[in-house]
Design a protein. Sequence first.
Lengths: 482, 482
Amino acid sequence: MAEQASPERITPRSEDYSRWYHDVIRQGKLAEPAEVVKGCMVIRPHGYAIWEKIQRALDDMFKATGHQNAYFPLLIPESFIKKEAEHVEGFSPELAVVTHAGGKKLEEPYVVRPTSETIIGHFFSRWIESWRDLPMLINQWANVIRWELRTRMFLRTSEFLWQEGHTAHATHEESMEEARRMLDVYAIFAEEWMAMPVIRGVKTQSEKFAGALQSFCIEAMMQDGKALQAGTSHDLGQNFGRAFDVTFQNKAGETEYVWQTSWGVSTRLIGALIMTHSDDSGLVLPPRLAPVQVVIIPILRKGIDETPVKDAGEALRKSLEAEGISTVFDQRDYKPGYKYFEWEQKGVPIRIEIGPRDLEAQQVMIKERTGSDKVAWSLEDLAVRLKQRLGEMQDAMLEAARKRMAENTLYVDSYDAFKEAMTDKNPFIYAHWDGSAETEAKVKEETQATIRCIPLNAADDPGMCMVTGRPSAQRVLFARNY
Amino acid sequence: MAEQASPERITPRSEDYSRWYHDVIRQGKLAEPAEVVKGCMVIRPHGYAIWEKIQRALDDMFKATGHQNAYFPLLIPESFIKKEAEHVEGFSPELAVVTHAGGKKLEEPYVVRPTSETIIGHFFSRWIESWRDLPMLINQWANVIRWELRTRMFLRTSEFLWQEGHTAHATHEESMEEARRMLDVYAIFAEEWMAMPVIRGVKTQSEKFAGALQSFCIEAMMQDGKALQAGTSHDLGQNFGRAFDVTFQNKAGETEYVWQTSWGVSTRLIGALIMTHSDDSGLVLPPRLAPVQVVIIPILRKGIDETPVKDAGEALRKSLEAEGISTVFDQRDYKPGYKYFEWEQKGVPIRIEIGPRDLEAQQVMIKERTGSDKVAWSLEDLAVRLKQRLGEMQDAMLEAARKRMAENTLYVDSYDAFKEAMTDKNPFIYAHWDGSAETEAKVKEETQATIRCIPLNAADDPGMCMVTGRPSAQRVLFARNY
């Protein structure tokens, strides 16, 4: 058996949360900084496999809600970006620009898409003629570039992978319905697949998408209490319709601008996943998104016949796969302890150890990723019971995340209490706000907390702004954020 | 029922083959030229759905052969491209260059990846240390840009979607095995999924990938007789290993450069699909790659109760889906004839018509996309029989394509006969060649035919070059090409 380099240490969260995050990514072999390409990263196979699981689940949900995938050009004429006033203001500072191609200087530069409202608006104007062509429900899986000054793997990188939905409707009512529907799809995905509870809400005007009338979002709480915006859905109104002349003939024969939405989630979700569940031993994955759900490790000693264990391991792997459990039987030439460590850091939910003595007893040893003890389980009906256990683990992770969010959420009425609560901690705080950008900016400057959203479906709870005492219709969610 | 614009005409192949190709794409709603982005196209939902089916099938085959997906940066430092001498010479004229980002001029420009050997080589050098890390088997699904002067939708566009496999091995023998294995994967995919027979072979030195020792390819025959390179697999030797210092410690403890391969297929396959099977009525799709395999069209007349037909149509759709057949029950408010036309142009393999009289007789009318007559089929066991029929249609399409290729393939021994055969026609010609670049260039200049490949697994058949009379070990494949 060969010598192995000793695995590197993961910095504990209590010591340095930011280093812990990067250590989990490195040791889980999820990604690494590209370095030679500023602000970009390489998504390694284990990270990309999680992204593929996210994609598959979301894509199914998009198709079930009537959307079709398409693909639009990566490069967008610079003039397109300038057609919608707020849009250009919001995105100009972040653009990567292609000025030369095919050995020549281009007459008009292209920007690398930071998002595709403009180029898709252009094509919608060619495809949409009458109310019969509506709604147009398109989604695109793509890479985008936003040249960020401060980057952090998965959370904010200059290039990232995402999906962007773009839809056009005959009425504002319908487009609003769509924007809300897709927000709900994201929230359901976050809870049911990522085991990550989220708050659904509306962004303030200062935090909305550049070019939208209104932006909806889902906000999740990370383990350090900070908020992470995990998905957004925008009511674009007729802004891009006017900018790109996307009109249709309504049933009465009149020409109108379409009402549009756009919505997206990105590889940022992997960052959210890490910071919701992982621990000081490395990655922890909810079973539904784990590329490998169970790993089987043979326990072999020198001088014994390895065949029975290998045969049993392979038979077990097949029976788990038949039950729909993604399973690896790790027969590599490494010591068991090394394998335990590696798979633990990769977040595999369940480890099975199988050796000659286990076989005699018709059992295996089970170690759950976040469980403290190994437990003997009978081989009988093992696949079915493991499948059930994986479901229970998924539910327990959501429950634990919900509990953490509840415990770290406060309702505060005075600004002094707010500042006090924000000292040395990062709670979610529901407080009253007078609706002004000034108050929002003041709180941000003084506490680094921002209004994450104006929650949807909030109970009727009028009050007075904690800062100015002016009237407020409902509490809004304040938090520090990523 | 509303008025519809009459669908546009598809130019017959005999009239103008190139216009026919573009008409099929337009009428099938597969794609359209982007125009505002030079040489680029938009892949519309029906075209993208075909790409998704291609992706899914190939991705499964890649994973079954041990490959993992990953994602590398879109932007590549310009200096990277220059590290491999042949590579830079081959790709320089086609590069799109990002010179500005985040509002500033970049110190070193980035090129938008035309292919990723260089950036992946850089990361391989960080990831690979010992023979234990080999083979490294990576695949990437991505967009690339090659600024082409003359473009044609799907076949050659400035931006296209593809997969690029990149692998590193301990020995040349292993990397050659990999290159051949992936060529076989492509050939099997082409035949079993696309119903498109291909010739496997080696490129001549003048046609090989810039930076490879040797390029393997699959070549298919389009309906006009021209060849289309449908996939390539490259033996990169140690060229990129040396350029990016990708070394490993072998079992003897010595440091060696790795042996690499790369291999790719692209959205060009959709062009190949169109030109292999489609006809003057529009797109024809092999059932295994058809996003919609069966469309059910209700035949309703005014004044009758529509419920029984709608219920029967929906029940039928469900029974077909349960059998694994992708089915659309088209209840849109259009006349049946309009729907027939539209689905025909979209290449749906089987159309089912169901009306009140059919229901009485417990039957439906079946029209196959390339069949001339409607035939009544009993409702009994319909799903099972349709599934079988789709399989037969798939086989028949491959058979027809094979027959066409055989009928249009010649064995020629004299250059006069070769030129004669190339007059007004585009056959595949197997002829002897002396192995020189001069002869290859002369034939190309005089006949526009190129050596598509030196076929693999060719029977032992030495002879004399048809042009120079010099000795030749085997016949090579000449054809005009896309």
